[in-house]
Design a protein around this ligand. Sequence first.
Ligand SMILES: *Cc1c(COP(=O)(O)O)cnc(C)c1O
Length: 513
Amino acid sequence: MMRQGRPTTPGTTGSETLSTFSGHRGLDHEEPLIFEQDAQGRSGVDLPAPANLPNRLGALARRQPIGLPGLSEPQVVRHFVRLSRKNYAIDSGLYPLGSCTMKHNPRLNEKLARLPGFADLHPLQPISTVQGALELISTLAHWLRALTGMPAVAMSPKAGAHGELCGLMAIRAALDARGEKRNRVLAPESAHGTNPATAAMCGFSVDPIPADARGRVDLAALKAKLGPDVAAIMVTNPNTCGLFENDIVEMAKAVHDAGGYFYCDGANFNALVGRVRPGDLGIDAMHINLHKTFSTPHGGGGPGAGPVVFSQALAPYAPLPFVVDQGGVFDLAEFSANAQGATPFGRMTAFHGQMGMFVRALSYMLSHGGDGLRQVAEDAVLNANYILASLKDEMSAPFPGPCMHECLFDDAFLKDTGVTTLDFAKAMIDEGYHPMTIYFPLVVHGAMLIEPTETESRESLDQLIYVLRNLAKAAKSGDTARFTQAPHFSPRNRLDETRAARTPVLRWRPPPP
Ligand SMILES: *Cc1c(COP(=O)(O)O)cnc(C)c1O
């Protein structure tokens, strides 16, 4: 079922208005849903008809056809290969998505993660047969403790948000052990949405802390909110505006003096790794997104890995399981009566975490070494500042001074142009760029958050800067058609995002006969 021709793009001229007989554009195929390609009974395999077996399903036997599409093997292969080509990925170009650390994933990591001794394990294998895997988890845990200066780490959480949940559950357990009912969690207005969501899921109420004019947590406002019902603060450092929280040590002290715990969202650890140890800043718990800082692949929905490091105060409540190193023989502590006589709050997940991500992260660490990881942070910060310095005369930056690993612009430079942040981002797609993060953090009007990471070269940054400068100039000079209908060159043009969100069509139904 081929759609004939593509809709033309109003208000534009040139090749994109030409519709084709096939609906394809160049070698980019218009790809129908796999269900639309159903050829009634066609199959990729040729099995003999089933013998006359007795029906053992009784009344449970299916009465209606299952409705799976019938396609040959080459049709299926082509369908998924074509779909994969529509996907933009870090392997196809720069991915400036702020707060995501979309860095290159070295192929060495992939090679090691596929070693059969790691890839083909079963989580229920006897401990004696998985000594190497346990040693790897133990070594990675050692690196995470050393890099953060924290005494304990829970390896099993499977994403940043899952790590936040783990951290707050440990805080809850520590408060319960103290016999205290503290129900309020403070989080900056600029916090990533997962922070308040996690606190709410743990049964805490969330109280926002305002930012000051420098884009940092307002320390005085924070102190004014502290009290005997505050369980914790959750702070991201560097924060989601890409700025270092200069008062972090004082914040930690104030929270501890008030009897609360300090949860740090470590998603932005890429800016600090090898340079700053969060444990030295007074942090009690912090998740580390292995799939950001330590180059394990992400995007497209997973998998992630979000180990959580803990201070001495929270370490006893860290969840099970953990690997115990008994002089080179490794064991898993799986029950609460563990060697330390501690009282873990429970488990986060059925088994031990994302083994493949562990292998990739450790491979990345060992291939960089301590000095290499330090250079990661330095280059990431340098790259972001290069973009900020190169664009701040043409675009507008809401906060003065240098940034950390990501740079933030607002939409002041688009004022009175008729072009919005969304239009600007869509025009980037026509230029071959995945847009930066937009409208986040919420505290900045029309935010555009760019995180180049350390893996972009000077030439690649210069090319991005060239495009963004020209787009900014075009917007200011009244060339609005370039923006308001963008993207023109993508498989689909501007979507009605409001309608898509309000009345989503989530299920394909066969067209009426
Ligand atoms: C990515 C991110 C998270 C959530 O991490 P996931 O692995 O996506 O769950 C939390 N906070 C910040 C600041 C982030 O950038």
